[in-house]
Design a protein around this ligand. Structure first.
Ligand SMILES: Nc1nc2c(ncn2[C@@H]2O[C@H](COP(=O)(O)OP(=O)(O)OP(=O)(O)O)[C@@H](O)[C@H]2O)c(=O)[nH]1
Ligand SMILES: [Mg+2]
Length: 359
């Protein structure tokens, strides 16, 4: 079950527990509401905010997004199967090479192939053609239980802090996520706590307009902690269901920058003791194995409750999903498969593997 459904269920169950001290006047601060109009920038993208995201064709889009990886992994496996007469050591070695080249990672690949050998022995398989289905099953087994939905606060707002290194797709993911939540009927606020990079606030503003949600911002160069503090208070006062916080990109190896993001987290926590309910680490699927060390260092600094893996459409090495699912004890919650509003998906290991092995 995806975060959209979960949000919907959650909303049905609970009463607003926080007194609403402020009811926004029509049009106040909220962009994209009926009548407020969308920006020209949004119109140009052709991204329209529809009340229901199109369910139809969603699997087809995932398949399309994974096409480079599919060609690289499944295409090569098919070729290997075709050229193999016997399930011997050479076959397994070539399979390992295919997986490692697709960024599945050495440890995960070795484990996968070892499991496959066992399975072949147990099932007494001798026909090479049968092994393709087994490989798929073993990947599913390895990733089992490594996906999850976004956490939802028992008392709204759900506060989601988004972190990651420079340029991985944090701001884009926030725009898409805000759009999805809004389409589900959620009241969403986003906060521009990246006050560091030039034009970061304007970029988030454009996404806010596209998604039709409110943005809380200060001036460039302002203290990110102050933005976050204001945003949490605004979200509570306005009865928002979800607050999503954008933060500046930073290299995971820069100790002072990691300390700064830890501080942003503490500000959120002071303003709202349970929060953040979700610390979403955005990882770029095209960066390969370095993603694993980014995850470990961000986890140490801020805690990380979920991973959003972006740019899967742009890589033939989507095997990194398997490595991340296997080697980190942080679930993959979202995947980005393009630059448009609709190109964000709940991550399902099963669906991922199905799309990867689809004809
Ligand atoms: N193809 C593709 N491009 C993406 C995806 N997600 C983000 N991008 C692109 O990646 C680039 C960087 O995205 P941003 O959202 O600005 O990344 P960021 O992490 O906020 O960057 P900083 O704030 O500078 O650290 C943009 O050109 C996005 O369009 C995705 O899923 N697929
Ligand atoms: Mg950004």
């Amino acid at each position: 079950m995806g975060f959209l459904d979960k949000f919907a269920r959650n909303r049905g169950k609970k009463e607003p527990e926080i007194p609403q001290q402020h009811t926004p006047a029509p049009g106040e601060g909220i962009t994209g509401e009926p009548g407020s109009g969308e920006s020209d920038a949004a119109k140009k993208t052709g991204d329209e905010v529809s009340p229901e995201p199109q369910k139809q064709g969603i699997f087809a889009r995932l398949k399309q997004g994974l096409s480079k990886t599919r060609l690289n992994i499944t295409g090569k496996i098919e070729q290997l199967v075709k050229n193999t007469r016997k399930l011997d050591e050479e076959f397994y070695e070539e399979l390992e090479e295919i997986l490692i080249q697709a960024d599945v990672g050495v440890n995960t690949t070795l484990e996968l192939v070892e499991n496959l050998k066992q399975s072949v022995r147990q099932k007494k398989i001798t026909q090479v053609e049968e092994v393709k289905g087994l490989i798929k099953d073993e990947i599913v087994n390895l990733m089992k239980g490594k996906d999850a939905s976004l956490n939802i606060a028992p008392v709204k707002p759900t506060i989601i802090m988004v972190v990651g290194v420079n340029g991985v797709g944090k701001t884009t993911t926030i725009g898409k996520l805000a759009y999805h939540c809004k389409a589900e009927g959620q009241k969403v606020i986003i906060a521009a706590a990246d006050t560091f990079r030039a034009a970061a606030i304007e970029q988030l503003q454009i996404w806010a307009e596209r998604a039709g949600v409110e943005l809380i911002k200060h001036q460039e160069g302002a203290d990110p902690g102050a933005v976050v503090f204001d945003a949490v208070n605004a979200a509570r006062a306005r009865g928002a269901d979800v607050l999503i916080i954008d933060t500046a990109g930073r290299l995971h190896t820069k100790v002072n920058l990691m300390e700064e993001i830890a501080k942003v987290r503490r500000v959120i926590q002071r303003a709202y003791p349970d929060a953040p309910h979700e610390v979403l680490l955005v990882l770029d699927a095209t960066t390969g194995q370095n993603a694993i060390s980014q995850a470990n260092l961000f986890k140490k600094a801020t805690g990380v409750t979920g991973i959003a893996l972006t740019k899967l459409d742009g890589t033939a090495k989507g095997g990194i999903v398997i490595a991340i699912a296997r080697e980190l004890d942080i679930p993959v919650k979202l995947v980005g498969i393009g630059e448009k509003l609709e190109d964000l998906r709940d991550f399902s290991a099963r669906e991922f593997v199905d799309a990867l092995f689809a004809e």
